[in-house]
Design a binder for this molecule. Structure first.
Ligand SMILES: C[S@@+](CC[C@H](N)C(=O)[O-])C[C@H]1O[C@@H](n2cnc3c(N)ncnc32)[C@H](O)[C@@H]1O
Length: 240
């Protein structure tokens, strides 16, 4: 195949990218919106994101002093919460822009979280907020989590959800499909905030996510809907 053909982004019928093209587009997008990310996030979630992170942290249930990788850490909100809970966070993200805009004092690592520069079984836990749908291969990600977490370690993962209730789902669709791109356009980058509702299509249904974590080797896998399903939380243990 000619070189320019190989490098051309591959869009599917939903207008979504895949593979390396998706990873590069995601990295560019977060570099672009990093400086206004926190502001837009707080406004568009009515600060519910703060509460969702606290629930994820409680679900982690690790003892003080535990070392936790916060993957796709963005500007470091979860790292700040982890440090307040006397845990020892390490921030990992693909986007230099997001890492640069970070406000936590955790060590920061630029890496693709599908290939963590971390030895096997070396951390007590992993958190990851609102990034699953941005990844190019969830199976690889879940196997990578199982590799780096020690036996007995825990993971706690958040992402946007699809509410069960049809009315809430309809309202959520209008809000994320129309209002959020408007707010994002005014304060930051409209295209990036138009990607947000579309990107939900990358996420498999909850039962599939649970099955994927189990086949990666996790046990006690729990899926929870938060705020009527606006957000979903997955937590699990590596038992052996
Ligand atoms: C929606 S933001 C979430 C940031 C933060 N976790 C939060 O809860 O606010 C998604 C983050 O995932 C990061 N990301 C996307 N793909 C990644 C990858 N393959 N490896 C590392 N980080 C990635 C982006 O750079 C971005 O900072």
């Amino acid at each position: 195949m000619p070189r320019n053909e190989r490098n051309r982004p591959t869009w599917d019928t939903e207008g979504l990218l895949h593979g390396d093209a998706k990873r590069a587009a995601v990295q560019d997008m977060f570099d672009q919106i990093a400086s206004r990310y926190d502001l837009v996030n707080r406004i568009m979630t009515f600060r519910l994101d703060v509460r969702w992170r606290k629930v994820a942290l409680r679900a982690l249930g690790l003892a003080p002093g535990s070392v936790v990788l916060d993957l796709a850490s963005g500007t470091g909100d979860m790292c700040i919460d982890l440090a307040h809970a006397d845990l020892v966070p390490i921030s990992v993200d693909l986007s230099y822009g997001m890492l640069h805009a970070g406000r936590s004092s955790a060590p920061r690592v630029q890496a693709d979280i599908l290939r963590l520069p971390v030895p096997d079984g070396s951390v007590d836990g992993v958190t990851c907020g609102f990034a699953l749908r941005n990844l190019v291969d969830l199976d690889t990600f879940f196997r990578e989590l199982h590799r780096v977490v020690r036996p007995g370690g825990r993971i706690s993962l958040l992402d946007v959800g699809v509410p069960h209730n049809p009315l809430v789902r309809f309202g959520n669709g209008i809000y994320f499909g129309r209002i959020v791109p408007l707010i994002g356009g005014l304060l930051s980058d409209r295209a990036a905030y138009r990607y947000l509702p579309k990107s939900v299509a990358y996420l498999p249904p909850p039962a599939t996510l649970v099955a994927m974590l189990q086949s990666a080797g996790f046990e006690h896998v729990v899926h929870r809907q938060l705020s009527g399903g606006l957000t979903q939380l997955l937590h699990a243990t590596r038992t052996s």
